[in-house]
Design a protein around this ligand. Structure first.
Ligand code: E4P
Length: 218
C-alpha cells in the first residue's frame, strides 16, 4: 500500500518525506491556491521543487477542460520532471486525453471520480491511477469506502493495472478503512497520516518504561 501526501505545502511534504514512509504527492488547483502559488511559471517551479523533495509520483492537475488543451498542458507538465503524473478530470475529453497519454507511456491520475462506472472508464482508458473522492461522498451521505471496495473488486476481477488511489481522505480512520478495502494508494493530509502513530496505551506504556528506568538509574 502506497502513502501519498495530499498537499502543496513544502514543509508538510518535507516532514512526511523525513518520516521515511512517503511514496508520492497529490496536488490540485485548490491546494496550490491555498499555498498562494499563482502564475504558470510559479506553479511549474513549485511542482519541480516538490519532485526534488520526494522520490515518488507527483500529481499535477491540468486546468483545461478540452482535449487539445489537456494534451498541450499535460505534455508541458510531464516535461517538467520524470516523476510528474498528469492529473486529469473524469470528463469525456479527459478520458480521451488519458488514453492518449497512456498510449504515449505517460503516467496519469484520473481525478474527481465518484462512481464505479467512472472508474471502469478510467481503467479502460489506461489511467495509471484512479482517484475516488471518499470524503466528498461521505459529505453527501454516500459511502466512500464502499466505493473503494467496489472498484478494487472490479479491477481485480478483470486484472486492470490501474491503481486505486483513495483521495479526499479526511481523517485517520479513513486510511484504515481504505487499507481494509484494498486501496493500492491513499492520499491524505499530514495530520491524518500522523494520526496513525497515536494510541494512549503507547504513551502510557512509554512513560512507565522510562519512569522505571529512571527510578534505578537516576
Ligand atoms: C487529491 O487527489 C484530491 O484532489 C483531494 O484529495 C481532494 O480532497 P478534498 O475533497 O478534501 O478537497
Amino acid at each position: 500500500m502506497k502513502f501519498f501526501i495530499d498537499t502543496a505545502n513544502i514543509e508538510q511534504i518535507k516532514e512526511a518525506q523525513d518520516l521515511g514512509i512517503l511514496d508520492g504527492v497529490t496536488t490540485n488547483p485548490s491546494l496550490m491556491a491555498k499555498e498562494g502559488i499563482k502564475g504558470d511559471e510559479n506553479i511549474k517551479n513549485h511542482y519541480k521543487n516538490i519532485c526534488e523533495i520526494v522520490d515518488g509520483d507527483v500529481s499535477a492537475e491540468v486546468i483545461s477542460v478540452d482535449y487539445e488543451g489537456m494534451i498541450k498542458e499535460g505534455e508541458s507538465l510531464a516535461a517538467l520532471h520524470p516523476q510528474i503524473t498528469i492529473k486529469i478530470p473524469m470528463i469525456k475529453d479527459g478520458v480521451k486525453a488519458i488514453k492518449y497519454f497512456s498510449d504515449k507511456g505517460l503516467k496519469t491520475n484520473c481525478t474527481l471520480v465518484f462512481s464505479a462506472g467512472q472508474a471502469l472508464l478510467a481503467a479502460k482508458a489506461g489511467a495509471t491511477y484512479v482517484s475516488p473522492f471518499i470524503g466528498r461522498l461521505d459529505d453527501i451521505s454516500s459511502n466512500g469506502i464502499e466505493l473503494i471496495a467496489q472498484i478494487v473488486d472490479i479491477y481485480n476481477y478483470y486484472g486492470f493495472k490501474t491503481e486505486v488511489l483513495a483521495a479526499s481522505i479526511r481523517h485517520t480512520q479513513h486510511i484504515i478503512q481504505c487499507a481494509e478495502a484494498g486501496a493500492d494508494v491513499i492520499t491524505a493530509p499530514l495530520n491524518a497520516i500522523l494520526g496513525l502513530l497515536k494510541h494512549p496505551l503507547t504513551d502510557a506504556g512509554l512513560e512507565k518504561f522510562l519512569a522505571d528506568y529512571h527510578k534505578l538509574n537516576g
